[in-house]
Each structure stands twice: as C-alpha cells, then as structure tokens.
Design a binder for this molecule. Structure first.
Ligand SMILES: C[S@@+](CC[C@H](N)C(=O)[O-])C[C@H]1O[C@@H](n2cnc3c(N)ncnc32)[C@H](O)[C@@H]1O
Length: 236
C-alpha cells in the first residue's frame, strides 16, 4: 500500500496538519470534517470508540475532550507521535490509548467497541472490503467511514497524487457494506470543491465558496457531485 509508506516519512508527517488544516480553506475543511464525524457518532460521552488510521489524532483528541473512551490506531509511528503530543497539549493524554497497528488485523476481540471509524483512509486502501469487514468485526454497534467519489472534482487531479488515491462509486460502497455485513443508517455528502483545492484558498474566499456550495450541495444533484461521502452504518 503506497499510502502506508507515504505517512512514515518525517517530512510528510511534520507538514501534515500545517499544509492541510492550518489556514484559510484548510481550516474550514477541518471543521466541516469534524462536524460530519460528530454528527454520525454523537452522543460520544462514555462511548467506547476505535479510530483506525487516526494519524495525528485530529478526531481522537476531539472525541477524548468530549468524554469518549477512545483508542487511536495507526501504522505510522511518526503520525502517532504527533497525536500523542497533541493529546498532551490538550490535557487528554490519559483518556486516549494510541496504538501502532495495521487496520487489516485489528488486535481486538469481536464486538469490542460501541463504534469504529476511520477518516481519510479508504482512498489509500487497496483491499477496502477487507478493512471494512475488520472494522465491522470489532464493533458491536456502529461503523463510520468516508470515501472519495469517482464522479467528482477530485478525479481532475487524483491521478497526480503521490500517495495514491482510490475513488469509489456508490455501487462499490454498497457492495462493500453488503460484504462486511453492515446496514447503511445514514449518509452525508460534502465538498463540491475538493479538499485539495479548498486548502489553497484564503479564508474569505473559502467561506464565500462554502456558502454557494451549501445552496447547491443540499440537493440531490449536489449530492451526486460531492467529492466526499460519509457513511454511517450499523452492524447486522
Ligand atoms: C491521510 S492520513 C489520515 C489521518 C487522519 N485520519 C486524518 O483524517 O487526519 C492516512 C493515515 O492512514 C494511516 N494508514 C495507512 N495505512 C494504514 C494501515 N494499513 N493501518 C493503519 N493505518 C494506516 C497512515 O499512516 C496515515 O496516518
């Protein structure tokens, strides 16, 4: 998996958040992603949650702050290092267990968590159904994940991304859910303007585009053009 190696590099890790989420349109996408995840998972207080491919702990730390009992698992030691530092700064280090591991073989028994989720991961997965099945195995309730969509603005530059990036059709997602024994309970489609372009925009321009997106995006045709979909599924 190319994405697995990509996020082991110190230079990639050091600039991961700064490049994507620290200013203008990037900050906006960070906030919107967090809203999408919370909408799917709430209420989180005292819920036992696993985040796969947690990276620098963007969601892990937020969920710990909101009272979740959370484990963050990632295959990259340097990404986890950033996550641990962030948890210490936020004063929630004792509420999070960061763990190095491969999401293909989760080191937990069946039905161990109330909810399992992963964000910005499935575009890196070469065998997505296997990963989703493994997430479903260790959850007794909910599985939440996002996919980058095949028929969206992302397809314009997707081919150029060095870490590799898989795009999904609705049919593929339905097939994966079926194979993993999951039932779709909710879906949310976001970002007519893909992340990669959003983060290059100054805050004011990003906010204006966001307002226009909202007007189109809350319609069925808007959903069809969204670059990211969030899937909220329950274990059968
Ligand atoms: C784009 S980053 C996303 C990080 C975080 N979820 C976020 O949204 O900021 C992808 C992450 O997936 C991790 N990853 C890739 N392959 C993995 C695997 N097989 N098992 C666990 N983590 C993996 C990488 O190390 C990296 O931290």
């Amino acid at each position: 998996m190319k994405g697995q190696e990509w996020y082991q590099q110190e230079t990639v890790v050091e600039s991961y958040e700064d490049k994507r989420f620290s200013r203008g349109g990037g900050r906006l996408t960070d906030r919107l992603e967090k809203e999408a995840v919370l909408d799917a998972l709430e209420p989180v207080e005292d819920k036992k949650i696993l985040e796969i491919a947690c990276g620098t702990g963007r969601f892990t730390v937020l969920l710990a702050e909101l009272g979740a009992d959370i484990v963050g698992l990632d295959i990259s030691t340097p990404m986890l290092g950033e996550g641990r530092a962030k948890a210490r700064r936020a004063g929630v280090a004792d509420r999070i267990e960061f763990m190095r591991g491969d999401a293909a073989r989760l080191p937990f028994p069946d039905d161990h968590f109330d909810a399992v989720f992963g964000v910005r991961f499935f575009h890196l997965a070469e065998t997505p159904t296997e990963y989703l099945t493994e997430m479903a195995r260790v959850s007794r309730g909910q599985v939440v994940f996002d996919t980058y969509n095949r028929f969206s603005g992302r397809s314009l530059y997707n081919w150029a991304l060095p870490m590799g990036s898989r795009l999904y059709s609705r049919r593929e997602v339905d097939g994966m859910l079926d194979a993993a024994g999951l039932t779709l309970a909710g879906e949310h489609h976001e970002f007519l303007v893909p992340f990669g372009l959003y983060r290059k925009l100054p805050g004011g321009v990003a906010d204006a585009i966001r307002r226009a997106e909202r007007a189109v995006g809350d319609t069925d045709p808007g959903d069809d053009l969204a670059s990211i979909s969030y899937w909220n599924a329950t274990v059968e």
